[in-house]
Ligand binder design. Structure first.
Ligand code: M7G
Length: 374
């Protein structure tokens, strides 16, 4: 079992959100209905602050209707409080702007204060590039960079040491080797189980990311998988087979944690270029205990990230050079030797389907065929 923890509450900065002064908009995502803002809290000083607003997803109770004259028990759109502005009604079609009761107008807000340059970069819109990181590139470029420049893990240790977010803990296994804490992610509004987003943060402090995992961590990973499923089924009534559990590579925070959300909800950050399913990771380690020390792992870097400049010094990442990948990203130490990008005359047979389909006269058809056999 783990050492007894010092449960002294740590002090958090205090600010008045309504006094925020905008400097500029970092991102405005109309699909996610979120906006990230850079600014300051002038009464506190000149340090930068980031404020993120995100409209909440609908809960089924928000649209409940009462069968009788009575109002529904929980706040709902369909009450006398609903303010309706009619834009137009044309034949069978109606268009309105409605303002529901105040309880349904809340917006999830996240504040990072004081925000560092790295936070500003993370929340800004920019070009993205894929890096194929061989173990050698990891040792020579990524590892020294992340050791010298990474986000503070203070918030993680505050959770593990029961100094912050203690009342939000959903489940804890205190074993120092295989234990972890399960709790809501900062991104979850905590209200809507449809958009449930939990984090499983391991107690072990020497696993930075997926890259460090090996066969000796299998008990830990299996425990996180099973105990999280059990706890979530018990508390939220979600079928374990409806959960997506995955790691990010690269993560923002280099202390191993698993992201957990329902498969039916497209949570932020589930893209294939960033996520590695816990099931796959466990299976890879079962098949090959040093898989993640030998694998080439792709990951995304954003324009403005210093690591991108470090890679660029060695490889032409931003340049639009054709078929340079093989020379620049040697795959010799990867587990599965990836086929070269682009097409050459010496393609192996299994790539022929792309060439045949690309030769077809309909561009639309060709596109879908490439996707189908890619
Ligand atoms: P990541 O894969 O390291 O980074 O995940 P990214 O997904 O942000 O690129 C870290 C996860 O921790 C993210 O899903 C964050 O939303 C979450 N997170 C970050 N902070 C600072 C906190 C926090 O203070 N409390 C909690 N509960 N979650 C956090």
């Amino acid at each position: 079992m783990s050492e007894p923890v010092d449960s002294t509450e740590v002090k958090s900065p205090s600010y008045d959100l309504s006094k925020f002064q905008l400097k500029r908009i970092l991102t405005n995502n109309s699909v996610r209905k979120s906006i990230s803002l850079l600014g300051t809290f002038p009464d506190l000083g000149t340090d930068d602050a980031i404020v993120v607003f995100e409209k909440n997803a609908y809960r089924e109770s928000d649209v409940a209707t009462a069968s009788s004259e009575e109002s529904p028990k929980k706040p709902s759109y369909f009450t006398a409080d609903l303010k309706v502005d009619t834009e137009f009604i044309n034949n069978i079609y109606g268009s309105f702007q409605v303002v529901p009761t105040r309880d349904l107008c809340s917006v999830k807000s996240t504040v990072i204060y004081p925000a560092t340059e790295k936070h500003i970069e993370k929340y800004s819109v920019s070009q993205k590039y894929l890096i194929r990181e061989t173990p050698d590139l990891y040792q020579r470029i990524t590892l020294p960079y992340l050791t010298s420049s990474q986000f503070s893990l203070e918030w993680v240790y505050n959770i593990l040491e029961h100094k912050q977010e203690t009342e939000r803990i959903v489940y804890e296994d205190k074993d120092p080797k295989t234990g972890f804490i399960l709790l809501p992610d900062l991104k979850w509004d905590g209200r809507n189980v449809e958009t449930l987003y939990l984090l499983g943060i391991v107690h072990k402090r020497d696993i930075k990311s997926l890259r460090d995992l090996d066969g000796s961590h299998l008990d830990l990973l299996r425990n996180v998988r099973q105990a999280s499923k059990d706890a979530i089924a018990k508390l939220y009534g979600i079928n374990p087979n409806q959960l997506r559990m995955y790691f990010h590579y690269q993560p923002s925070f280099y202390h191993l944690h698993v992201h957990i959300n329902p498969v039916r909800n497209d949570a932020p950050g589930i893209w294939c270029e960033k996520s590695h399913m816990l099931d796959t990771v466990i299976n890879n380690l079962e098949l090959m205990p040093d898989y993640y020390q030998r694998a080439t792992l792709p990951f995304v870097l954003y324009e403005g990230n210093k690591l991108l400049d470090l890679y660029e010094q060695e490889l032409p990442i931003r340049a639009l050079t054709k078929a340079s990948d093989d020379k620049e990203f040697p795959d010799t130490d990867s587990v599965a030797v990836a086929p070269p990008e682009g097409f050459s005359d010496e393609e192996p047979e299994d790539r022929q389907c792309k060439r045949i389909k690309l030769g077809s006269p309909e561009p639309k058809e060709a596109e879908s065929a490439v996707q189908a056999c890619a």
